[in-house]
Ligand binder design. Sequence first.
Ligand code: NAD
Length: 289
Amino acid sequence: MSAELIEGGPVAQKIKDEAVKGIEELGRAPKLIGVLASDNPGAKYYAGSQQKACAEVGIDYELHELDPDASQADLETHIQGINDDESVDGVILLMPVPEGVNPRQVQQAMRPHKDVEGVHPANIGRLFYGDFALAPCTAHAVVAMLDEAGVDLKGKETVVVGHSEIVGKPTVIMLLRSLMESPTVTCCHIATRELAAHTKRAEVLIVAAGKAGLVSGDMIREGAVVIDVGINRVRVEEDGKKKTKIVGDVEFDAAREKASMITPVPGGVGLVTTAMLLRNTVECARRHG
Ligand code: NAD
């Protein structure tokens, strides 16, 4: 069997089209601020790609660069200024933050209606009630990809590998959205004994651990739907040359032989996550009025 690909591109495009429509209805360009207190080149690159994605749908993106030695108080004061700025609809705190700064506390200083990443406790709490209006982008992307692929989740043995606050845990909660039609969800993590025993019985397998090759082909159930969230940079040798390659957490080629559907990396969940950020920004602007 060679699994059907669940590509991120078409799902992302649909979400972006809805964002464009939302902006038209709003009648103005939403304004999103990225707050960066780091000279990490990866973070700057990420901010650049956010800006590009925003421009595509008509969102104004502004990067606020703070000192890489900024303190907790500096960051929270800056966020407070953004909260009070009527011209701003949304804010993102870019990682990494300076040493000694607690990012969660900075995110909690955001006004929930400006929290485009869906990381404020008020927005996370709403997931319990099935309210995904400002949900964490990656978890929402996973659920959207399953929905768009037409996967019937009712009662399915579904295993989520990873229990981080931004991906694994919210995914588990979001999968349990329906009273009568939810899957049966197991969450595996670093302390899980015999990971393979869980993954092998998964009809739907979602992997978000950040470990290249964590899930090999023999850990996948025949016919499973596999969503690979992982993004890992690995060094490989191709045509006698060493290269850096982006791979997921699942051994793609082997997994594709076993699964019925699988997301690629790159080109899968990542694209939809970015689109969700745009969607959430429009939602923040709508609430802002
Ligand atoms: P994290 O480091 O915060 O959490 C990793 C999780 O994996 C933890 O819950 C940990 O318990 C679990 N884990 C680690 N090793 C394990 C093992 N051997 N067995 C079982 N569980 C194990 O990472 P995160 O922020 O949740 O991100 C996870 C991955 O998803 C990373 O590769 C990250 O780059 C990627 N990511 C992708 C997107 C996207 O849009 N595609 C967005 C966010 C994160």
